[in-house]
Design a protein around this ligand. Structure first.
Ligand SMILES: *[C@@H]1O[C@H](CO)[C@@H](O)[C@H](O)[C@H]1NC(C)=O
Ligand SMILES: *[C@@H]1O[C@H](CO)[C@@H](O)[C@H](O)[C@H]1NC(C)=O
Ligand SMILES: *[C@@H]1O[C@H](CO)[C@@H](O)[C@H](O)[C@H]1NC(C)=O
Ligand SMILES: *[C@@H]1O[C@H](CO)[C@@H](O)[C@H](O)[C@H]1NC(C)=O
Ligand SMILES: *[C@@H]1O[C@H](CO)[C@@H](O)[C@H](O)[C@H]1NC(C)=O
Ligand SMILES: *[C@@H]1O[C@H](CO)[C@@H](O)[C@H](O)[C@H]1NC(C)=O
Ligand SMILES: *[C@@H]1O[C@H](CO)[C@@H](O)[C@H](O)[C@H]1NC(C)=O
Length: 715
């Protein structure tokens, strides 16, 4: 179990709470109190900088309570308004204002602040057009602007796919549904071959933007038009168009695996390693409205029935043609300077252990939801921690605030930083807590590595539900059955990816609401936030509350609340799913044995933590024992890394959570095994089984490494 949590009175968030929290003792009293503690510590323990470990007087209930009661929806709304005055696409001039804003906010709070610059390859559009030739010889020059925004307000970047090659393709159009393999198979059955055609696809859940383009490319398509349907017509924002990256892999393409620092090594744009990161065919995002114009003019057979999931594609035809479209895209890939901004609160007792909370700052447009709802929450946590510090508090471990740049291009800022700091992060990072689109709508959602599940749940019990008086987020979570639905972090869709999937740092990702309709459009503005997602900013307050409490626990608890029994249980569930999928064809014994080992090591760690927590002395030995246990808890996650990484995507080192090359895989974990299973269909039975068996052994060894790190003993 996690460290016992003292029951708290639920804090009320009011405008007056901006002022110094009234529950704190006056600074002088606190100062004297701490002074006395220090002196006592010095004489009795000889190691003042390591003392105070089992006296949770300041670090537990009072600290958490003070933090909660200092929340303010007003400050958060001010930060969000300031950050979203202008669009701030990474690498552009207006983005410098937001860099400066975050930096000066941290500095004004007297936090230790710095920025880290990288030179990375980004991508911007210069010209795009879409000429539609109907069968009756009429030609329409479709407007690519977003409705209601005029023709590209000069400061909003036109809708485009970052890293699409420049080019022109003039061909018949085929509708390919979500662009999945199964969709092409259905077309093949109908006698439709997309080779030499342009494909029109809608964005679904199973395939990423880049995935749709890769598959289309492999089928011989000349170009891709991609639209997003969903709620977009309803919320009065018809005509929104979803921008996004189509780069493969993550981080700066010119510096794969190392940081793109000024004057450092960069690959040539024509290098084969660089080229394989980009699609070879041009693509453009399209509004639903424009998509319907083209779809309505296609001939050929009717769409297969299984495409009719949302009802409306019923009665449409797939083509090819007779409508022809001339897709033209001109853009440039350009080396641009990006900047991560950091604020550091140095740990008092364990400055060399890091708890990192991060959010990206760059946006496709105004970024009110994505990502600056998260930035506003981050800045408010900084404000509240700074206020705690003025009252005499310092965390036990170092807290690092990270404001990442160029996430939208493929987690570029965070990836470069993780690559640059890999050894120190590997040795010292306790956890990474990510928030991207903090508030998208109603309902709390979380993804985490499983050792953090319990802490996350405990923390939700302390934070008021923003939408339902007198209840906690936990209560609502239970009521909506989402509690047992903490998702895992195999996706590569925000800045936790480099931390977990490359560096093996235990991670969390959280948000309120999901699937917001203005995603990556010009409508993602402050107005949309106050009209649709969070009129009173109380959901922002809730996210900041959970986020800030998680960090306080991880930075201040004398023993880390990492529960590896949860991890072992989760792995057991993964194993069961895998077992069903393999249906007896392959033995899972290596996995079973390894998971049992991890469970045993986890039990021992729990027992040890319990004894240490009950220990009354705070002598050197106890302090060192706690530190040793914490290190093992921290390092166990690194065991899941494998230096060889995933086959064909060696940068991804985590063998439990990471992206599978086969997006059709139903696993969602053990990406190496998932890939082996899909590859095995192309091999002889014997070779296929050998491949799966090998990947299974790799995962089993990874789990054993985690168990052995947790035990901390050599064989
Ligand atoms: C920081 O303080 C300066 C001086 O008072 C002020 O001009 C600036 O706007 C502040 N920055 C932020 C982000 O509030
Ligand atoms: C040609 O066909 C398109 C699509 O069906 C239609 O919108 C347009 O009005 C037609 N033009 C003429 C001149 O008939
Ligand atoms: C299509 O419209 C765009 C924007 O209005 C314009 O720049 C372009 O010249 C037009 N192309 C043709 C062939 O009419
Ligand atoms: C589609 O057409 C291309 C070019 O004619 C051909 O190479 C390919 O084999 C065809 N694909 C299928 C599935 O028939
Ligand atoms: C398509 O789906 C809609 C709503 O789900 C349903 O009413 C309709 O009958 C379906 N059409 C076909 C051909 O299955
Ligand atoms: C396609 O459109 C572009 C831009 O309007 C034009 O330069 C090109 O010649 C057109 N291609 C064809 C085959 O019509
Ligand atoms: C803060 O919350 C209170 C209570 O819900 C509300 O009256 C106030 O308008 C909110 N402030 C902002 C800026 O939304």
């Amino acid at each position: 179990m996690a460290q016992p949590f003292t029951k708290l009175t639920t804090a009320t968030a009011t405008a007056t709470a901006i002022a110094a929290p009234s529950k704190l003792p006056p600074p002088l009293v606190t100062f004297v109190f701490l002074l006395v503690l220090c002196i006592l510590g010095f004489y009795t323990l000889h190691h003042p900088h390591l003392s105070n470990s089992t006296s949770p007087s300041f670090t537990t209930s009072k600290l958490l309570d003070t933090f909660l009661s200092s929340s303010s929806n007003n400050t958060i709304s001010t930060y969000l308004r300031d950050l979203t005055l202008h669009p701030h696409l990474a690498g552009t001039k207006p983005s410098l204002d937001t860099i400066q804003y975050v930096k000066s906010h941290f500095e004004n709070l007297s936090l230790d602040t710095h920025t880290v610059k990288y030179k990375t390859l980004l991508s911007y559009p210069s010209h795009a057009s879409l000429l539609v030739h109907f069968s009756n010889d009429s030609v329409t020059n479709l407007s690519l602007a977003e409705k209601g925004t005029g023709v590209f307000p000069s400061d909003v970047v036109q809708p485009y796919h970052a890293y699409s090659p420049s080019g022109s393709a003039h061909a018949k159009v085929v509708f390919v549904n979500y662009g999945r393999e199964e969709d092409y198979r259905a077309l093949e059955v109908m006698g439709v071959n997309v080779s030499g055609c342009l494909v029109l696809a809608r964005k679904g859940e199973s395939l990423s933007r880049g995935g749709v383009i890769s598959v289309a490319e492999s089928k011989g398509a000349l170009g891709v038009l991609l639209y997003t349907e969903g709620d977009r017509l309803r919320d009065g924002v018809g005509g929104g168009v979803e921008r996004g990256t189509v780069m493969r892999g993550i981080g700066d393409p010119l510096t794969p695996g190392w940081a793109g620092v000024e004057g450092g090594e960069t690959l040539d744009l024509e290098d084969s390693q660089v080229l394989k990161r980009f699609p070879k065919i041009p693509s453009l995002p399209l509004s639903l409205e424009n998509a319907l114009i083209i779809l309505g003019s296609l001939g050929g057979g009717f769409v297969p029935q299984f495409w009719n999931d949302s009802g409306w594609v019923n009665g449409l035809r797939v083509g090819p043609g007779p409508t022809m479209v001339n897709l033209t895209y001109q853009g440039e890939k350009k080396v641009a300077t990006i900047q991560n901004v950091f604020a550091v609160i140095k740990g008092l007792q364990e400055p060399d252990r890091y708890v990192i909370l991060g959010n990206h700052r760059d946006a496709w447009t105004y970024g009110a939801v994505d990502p600056n709802s998260g930035t506003a929450a981050l800045l408010d946590i900084a404000r509240r921690y700074a206020s705690l510090m003025r009252s005499g508090w310092s965390p036990r471990r170092t807290i690092i605030f990270g404001s990442w740049d160029a996430e939208e291009f493929g987690m570029v800022g965070s990836t470069e930083w993780v690559e640059q700091n890999l050894v120190n992060l590997g040795a010292k990072a306790v956890a990474y807590l990510n928030v991207d689109c903090a508030v998208q709508g109603p309902g709390f959602f979380a993804r985490a590595t499983p050792q953090l599940d319990n802490l996350l749940i405990e923390v939700t019990k302390m934070v008021k539900d923003p939408d339902s008086r007198g209840t906690t987020i936990y209560d609502q979570w239970v009521a909506t059955n989402e509690l047992h639905n903490i998702q895992r972090l195999s996706g590569v869709d925000s800045d936790f990816a480099p931390f977990l999937q490359h560096a093996g740092v235990p991670s969390v990702d959280m948000y309120y609401g999901r699937d917001f309709p203005v995603y990556h459009t010009a409508f993602d503005s402050y107005e949309w936030m106050i009209n649709h997602a969070d009129p009173s900013f109380q959901r922002h307050v809730a996210v900041a509350g959970i986020w800030g409490l998680l960090v306080l626990h991880l930075a201040d608890d004398s023993i880390l609340s990492f529960n590896y029994l949860s991890y072992a249980d989760q792995l057991k569930e993964h194993e069961e799913i895998l077992s069903k999928m393999l249906d007896g064809s392959i033995s899972l014994d290596p996995l079973t044995t390894a998971i049992r080992e991890l469970a045993a090591a986890a039990k021992e760690a729990e027992d040890e933590a319990k004894i240490l927590r009950e220990l009354k002395t705070t002598g050197d030995t106890a302090v060192l024992k706690m530190r040793a246990l914490n290190d093992r808890l921290m390092l166990a996650e690194r065991g899941f890394l494998d230096s060889d990484g995933l086959q064909g995507r060696q940068w991804f080192k985590h063998l439990v959570y990471g992206p599978s090359a086969d997006y059709e895989s139903k696993l969602g974990f053990f990406p190496g095994i998932a890939d082996a299973i899909s590859q095995s269909t192309k091999l002889s039975r014997r070779d296929g089984q050998a491949l799966i068996q090998h990947e299974m052994w790799r995962v089993a060894r990874a789990i054993q490494r985690a168990a052995s790190a947790l035990r901390g003993e050599l064989t």
